[in-house]
Design a protein around this ligand. Sequence first.
Ligand code: HEM
Length: 469
Amino acid sequence: MLAKPRLHHEIVQQAYDPCIISTESGKAQFISCEPQKPDEKLPKLEDCVIIDNRRPVTGTRGFDREIPLSGALRVYLVSSYSVGSQDSLSLGKYALCPLLSITEWKPVTGSIPPLSDEDWESEFAKYRASPEFQLLNPHMNLSEFKSIYYMEWIHRLWGRFVGLSFVIPAVYFVAKKKVSKPMAWRLAGIAGLIGFQGFIGWWMVKSGLKDDLFAPGSHPRVSQYRLTAHLAAAFTCYVAMLWNGLAILRSHRLLADPEAGINLLNSLQNPKLKIFRRSVAVLGLLVFTTAMSGALVAGLDAGLIYNEFPTMGNGLTPPKSELFDERYSRKPDKSDLWWRNMLENPSLVQLDHRILAMTTFTSVMALWAYTRGSPTMRRLLPPAAKKGVHGVVAFTFVQVALGISTLLYLVPTHLASTHQAGSLFLLTWVLVLGSRVWHPSRTAKLLQMAVKARNQSVSASALNATSKL
Ligand code: HEM
């Protein structure tokens, strides 16, 4: 059982003005104060101007933006999860993000860590020039730097290993003509996506190394936009791999018994199943969009405010003036007020994620009710698809429960990581369900050819047997 976090007098967020502070009494939370310097004591509450008194804003996580950072890379392939999660450490007294410790992207030569003392000195010098070192960790020494460097180096090496473990077998299968031409093109596309993912990961980390991207006084972090782009690329890559893998497995299974396979595919061609198929596609998109909005929540640390559910402050939503705050607009005519708040204002970003999550939840329940309630669906849906719907329902419940717990317990690493992994499991199940009701035209043709070939060989052997009579 998790213990409810204690309230601390501690600055938890400095990425935007005003910073968020939580107090032992829980009274003052949004305050305007000078940014904390590494050596400085926390500002006294009496010295701060309280500009907002939102009730449930508390938090203790501080500077660790690494969780979603590493998370985005982790989704790259499920197997990268455990390595990436190690990047979410805070080394003792230091506020740091291991991802920011290697300040360059060298896809090939970067596989070798610094070997000599001079190499280490040179790497450390580059890190010392970064805003993270200068603003947060100016007292870090070389041996402490080595620890975070190795953490990130292992992370990147694992990424290369995962990429190569896809590319090498893919080249073999294509060269040996063991896959069809369309599949060879798809494999090439996925390999390209993996490479692009590496690049986009670097582009994201770069945003945490440039201080001109931050508001003055804010703590170095990667841009929430780039973090979301990285997660989107990772999810797309994963979806492409999974969908193609499922298609191959399914064709194989159906070809084992071509007659039964043709019967199944014929039943799936029923036009009444069209609505169901489209609903599953829309659901997949909805889960994807909800996950991307979650990345924005993580990128902005927006899970550290409004740690309650279903309310947000005194009502179901914060006041409109807070949701569409003019301070986020950068144009004199305020034409960017809506979208800037939707993507940059933590209060509205959290609300967006809640709304999308609840829409996903409701849609899944509606799909479940439709499959159970409609006699046509009960008759037409194959048993595997009915089981698939149950799987989606179960994962949705788990995912929503994890999301709410992550929020209530102030985003502890283990819950946040499990919540992130949960989104991938949910998406996986939606795709599995989709693959069970899809009608792959190429497989249908292969099945017809297999039946024809089998009939021909049966009639040839029947002719043979008759001639022997
Ligand atoms: C279908 C439902 C949901 C999906 C697919 C989903 C997905 C995600 C994803 C992918 C992230 C990004 C994690 C990261 O990059 O570190 C995230 C973050 C988050 N989600 Fe959800 N979520 C769902 C429901 C919810 C609900 C119902 C809540 C609570 C009301 C919630 C609260 C959060 C919070 C607080 C974060 C930020 C965690 C952090 O800072 O690391 N989520 N979500």
